[in-house]
Write a protein that binds this ligand. Structure first.
Ligand code: RUQ
Ligand code: CUA
Length: 629
């Protein structure tokens, strides 16, 4: 790869020089050349013309998203699972679902919430049985994906989780105080040194029974989270509510939209005003305020007053800028070059373009609004191809609109001229995501549109319909957007991140140094009894556990520490003790621990739930619980 960190928008340079890119095997090179020519017209393209080759000429109708059996995809896409509480991993362009990662939901096939470590993590994060994942964002270094972590919010219970991309497992969850409903989630870039959770529902602070029916006293907060410790390091109190958010690329700004500047509690009141706020948080300025001790500590978190009439917002350098944007703006995303934040009107047919550099200079924050193209009905979210185009979902129109960002700045406010093209999608799209759209260097080939309704697109399955994630090819500016495939999705994807496959390096087996449990080899197999406590240490391997049977007394507190000592990738076992509601999964070299009280005398078969070999069914042992005297 050439430099992907310079902030310029010439993805074609890196693509043209990257012969390892398997995409070239399937997509005519000319598509990228035309993409490059478009970028060249904007003065941002150089150096690729010698690659033009007439023999390669083909049209977008030749786009082939087939990934033959046995071949791998070019991208990982991480899609949120909404109120299923999980994350799904797709391969793109095949749209095959490769894995599901439980986050806020207990899940038996991955043993998540079954072993001691993950069940304690869920318990310490509030003990809820579900969550509502919306916005999975991957960690970046220098505005490019570094393959380390994904972060995702829980809109329902005001939490933020981290997924370790070495193991594709949730490894931390923080239950954010002083807030309900954390909606937007994203990082401060270029280096993901803070994670932001955007507070949606306004509540009294602290929410301890005061101000019950006094909505004017309710507040919402922006929460800043340390990505390593997952501690909430500060919060900012704001006027109005907030909705989605995105971070600038230069370590300074964070933007949030909101739909309730009215601070109302009913739908009609919430949507009465013609404008609502986009808030721009000057995060280093907020950190200075925190360092200077100018905050109130609530539930252990420094809370800075960022409301409009706060003294910290006096003068020309407020810590929070309030911009008036029509009407109940929903999505906001920063362009790959870091120059603009674009907010979608939702109840207004326009998007609003905020010039980020200008924001720091102008006296009236509204003067940083430099464009407002009219896009269509119900604009929700915007993604980028790195060639100067924006792609916005139109929820009401059931379309994706492609438009030119610089043209929209030059055009009159409210002009439709910047619109290049619209494509029908099926139906009512919410989010959309283009390949690496959240980095400084989007790939500009694939776009996934996450449609809320599928209506007639799939075989009927009763009154609960799947959603429809549609794959759209955007790599050819002459031929236009091309709808490539439908993918049914279980409720309910909201957002996604798409990353080139070679930027991730997942482990194929566990490294025992990465977890705290004691590795139990065949020699370590042991049962330790002490004061009504029984610690069973055993290994597992095809086709047996370390003990044929384990005898305990009724009432004993029993801990199993179990290691899968296999070193062969893909050779999983589990330890299921159904009557005690246990199923811990054990990938090769993995150790998990589970503790329970043996309160029912009897014979309990413990078995392996992964089909591991021809003797898988025989891979079982007895738990014998002797009646108490
Ligand atoms: S927000 S599309 Cu979290 Cu639009 Cu759902
Ligand atoms: Cu081990 Cu089945």
């Amino acid at each position: 790869m050439t430099d992907t960190h310079s902030g310029n928008q010439t993805p074609t340079e890196s693509k043209s020089s990257d012969d390892r890119d398997p995409l070239f095997a399937r997509i005519p090179r000319r598509d990228f050349m035309k993409a490059g020519a478009a970028a060249g017209a904007m003065g941002a393209f150089a150096g690729c013309t010698s690659l033009l080759d007439d023999d390669d000429l083909a049209s977008a109708s030749d786009v082939d998203a087939t990934v033959p059996p046995g071949e791998h995809d070019d991208y990982y896409a991480f899609l949120s699972g909404g109120h299923s509480g999980e994350i799904r991993v797709y391969g793109v362009p095949s749209m095959r679902q490769i894995m599901r990662i439980p986050v806020f939901n207990k899940e038996s096939a991955r043993g998540y919430g079954h072993d001691d470590r993950t069940s304690e993590m869920l318990e310490n994060a509030g003990g809820y049985t579900w969550g509502d994942t919306h916005h999975p964002r991957l960690s970046q270094t220098n505005n490019d994906y570094d393959g380390r972590f994904a972060y995702v919010n829980d809109k329902a219970n005001g939490r933020m989780a981290r997924i370790d991309l070495k193991y594709f497992e949730t490894d931390a969850i923080v239950d954010i105080p002083n807030t309900q409903g954390v909606h937007g989630a994203c990082a401060r870039l270029p280096d993901t040194d803070l994670i932001f959770g955007v507070g949606e529902f306004r509540v009294p602070m602290p929410n301890d029974g005061r101000d019950l029916d006094d909505p004017s006293a309710y507040t919402s907060v922006l929460s800043a989270i340390d990505p390593e410790t997952m501690d909430v390091v500060w919060q900012v109190l704001v006027d109005g509510n907030m909705d989605n958010g995105d971070g600038g690329k230069d370590g300074r700004w964070f933007f949030s939209t909101g739909y309730n500047s009215e601070e109302a509690v009913t739908e009609s009141e919430m949507s009465s005003s013609e404008t609502d706020y986009v808030k721009a948080f000057d995060t280093p300025a907020i950190e200075e305020v925190v360092d200077a001790g100018e905050y109130e500590e609530v539930n252990g978190v420094p809370v800075v007053d960022g409301r409009k009439d706060s003294s910290l917002n006096d003068g020309s350098d407020p810590i929070v800028h309030y911009l008036d944007v029509p009407k109940s703006p929903h999505g906001v995303s920063v362009t790959p070059d870091g120059e603009y934040a674009i907010a979608s009107g939702k109840l207004d047919p326009t998007a609003t373009i905020i010039d980020i550099e200008r924001l720091a200079e102008v006296d009236d924050s509204n003067d940083a609004i430099v464009g407002q193209p009219r896009l269509g009905m119900g604009p929700l979210h915007t993604a980028y191809d790195g060639r100067g185009h924006a792609y916005t979902t139109l929820f009401v129109d059931s379309q994706v609109v492609k438009w030119d960002i610089e043209a929209a700045i030059e055009a009159e406010m409210g002009s439709e001229d910047p619109v290049i093209e619209k494509i029908d999608v099926h139906y009512n799209p919410g989010h959309l995501i283009a390949a690496e759209s959240y980095t400084a260097d989007p790939q500009g080939d694939w776009l996934i549109c996450l449609n809320k309704l599928s209506k007639d697109r799939f075989l009927p399955v009763g009154p609960v319909y799947p959603e429809n994630d549609q794959l759209i090819y955007i790599g050819d500016d002459d031929e236009g957007m091309k709808l490539v495939k439908d993918t049914p999705a279980y409720a309910e994807p909201h957002d996604a991140s798409m990353v080139k496959a070679d930027k991730l390096d997942p482990a194929s087996i566990y490294d025992p140094d990465d977890y705290e449990e004691e590795f139990i080899s065949a020699q370590d197999t042991d049962i330790i009894r002490e004061d009504g406590r029984v610690h069973v240490k055993m290994h597992s391997v095809r086709n047996q556990f370390g003990f044929h049977d384990v005898t305990v007394q009724e009432g004993d507190e029993v801990t199993f520490t179990v290691t899968n000592v296999e070193e062969t990738p893909d050779m999983l076992h589990s330890l299921a003790i159904p009557q005690y509601d246990i199923n811990i999964k054990l990938a090769p070299q993995e150790t998990r621990e589970v503790t329970f009280t043996a309160d029912e005398p009897g014979v309990y078969w413990m078995y392996c739930a992964f089909f591991c070999s021809a003797l898988h069914l025989e891979m079982r042992s007895r738990l014998l619980v002797e009646p108490a005297e």
